[in-house]
Design a protein around this ligand. Structure first.
Ligand SMILES: O=C(O)CCC(=O)C(=O)O
Ligand SMILES: [Fe+2]
Length: 311
């Protein structure tokens, strides 16, 4: 019987994780190698992710948090009896997806696309980089987090060598529920190949009901590939092997990983706090980019982003 980890019981997508030490663990902190790009590349190749603890300026992150909680307050998501900075939500807030809070928001834009973080990627890639203009901003209320997936199905129309940067705006305890990655999953192409190359915005142009759904933007589109890999993180782990890796995040940290890494998040088990984070994307400037995510008003998964093919 494997021994249990010292971690508290964790939950993801409504399921308790198996807390045996070969099934769950902590992310490896690579901040010690921040100035050694060769070593960062070795670790990224081996692990599929880099967790850069305290790499960013804490005050800048907290200023960005303030701008976001102000926006959430204005959107009516927060309980007005508390200072907005605390991110206390109204009952039933649910999973709030608000990318628009990052538009015209210099604190967030400078943090994500200013010199400190873009230099990191420029050095890591060893050449000029660019980033998506679209920023995914999530404020997750009490309840389920994000189910396990890879990012490629949402953003695979250009290069496949781009990277996600997941960034917490404030402390994210195990209870508040941050990101988790599935150890070694990026190497399991045997298990990923029938999933990861599908495109959530593709539809069958020779199937009239799918064409109709794509044109009207019907929710879920009927034929539906949502990009989800599983609704059951412990069962998925049993299939892939490896450990679910996560940590307690602090402002200044970021976690970056590639398009083939299976990830999801812990549930938010607090009574009334929002877990606030963003995910942004970076790639070599020389490689093709997925046009759903660039421009002043990126089409994203809207009807304009749909692409028909003969099935
Ligand atoms: O923040 C989350 O719960 C999910 C984030 C995510 O899927 C990503 O960063 O790609
Ligand atoms: Fe993701």
């Amino acid at each position: 019987m494997p021994t249990l980890t010292a971690l508290p019981q964790l939950h993801a997508y409504g399921h308790p994780l198996d807390m045996a030490e070969d099934k769950v663990g902590l992310l490896r902190d690579s901040s010690d190698a921040a100035d050694d790009v060769e070593e960062l590349r070795r670790r990224f190749d081996a692990d599929g992710y880099l967790y850069m603890k305290g790499y960013l300026d804490r005050d800048e992150v907290m200023a960005a948090r303030q701008s976001l909680t102000d926006g959430l307050a204005a959107a009516g998501v927060l309980d007005e009896r508390f200072p907005s900075m605390l991110g206390v939500c109204k009952p039933g807030a649910g999973y709030v997806f608000k990318p628009e809070l990052t538009n015209n928001n210099p604190a967030v834009q400078n943090l994500l696309y200013g010199p400190r973080l873009t230099d990191f990627y420029r050095q890591f890639y060893g050449e000029d980089i660019r980033h998506y203009d679209f920023t995914w901003l999530r404020a997750v209320g009490p309840g389920k987090g994000t189910n396990p997936h890879c990012d490629l199905p949402y953003m695979g129309r250009g290069t496949h060598r781009h990277m996600t940067c997941w960034l917490p705006y404030g402390d994210i305890s195990f209870e508040l529920g941050g990101l988790m990655v599935l150890e070694g999953s990026h190497r399991r192409m045997d298990l990923l190949e029938n999933y990861v190359y599908r495109d959530v915005d593709a539809f069958c142009a020779n199937k009239p009901e799918q064409v109709a759904n794509a044109q009207t933007g019907a929710k879920g589109f009927g034929w539906t590939f949502t990009g989800t890999l599983s609704h059951n993180p412990p069962v998925l782990r049993n299939k892939f092997g490896g450990r679910w890796l996560t940590t307690e995040y602090q402002p200044g940290d970021f976690l970056t990983f590639g398009m083939f890494m299976v990830h999801g998040s812990l549930d938010n088990r607090t009574e009334n706090r929002l877990r606030i984070s963003s995910d942004s994307r970076y790639q070599r400037a020389s490689e093709p980019i997925d046009d759903r995510w660039v421009g002043p008003n990126p089409p994203g998964h809207s009807t304009a982003g749909k692409r028909g093919r003969i099935c």
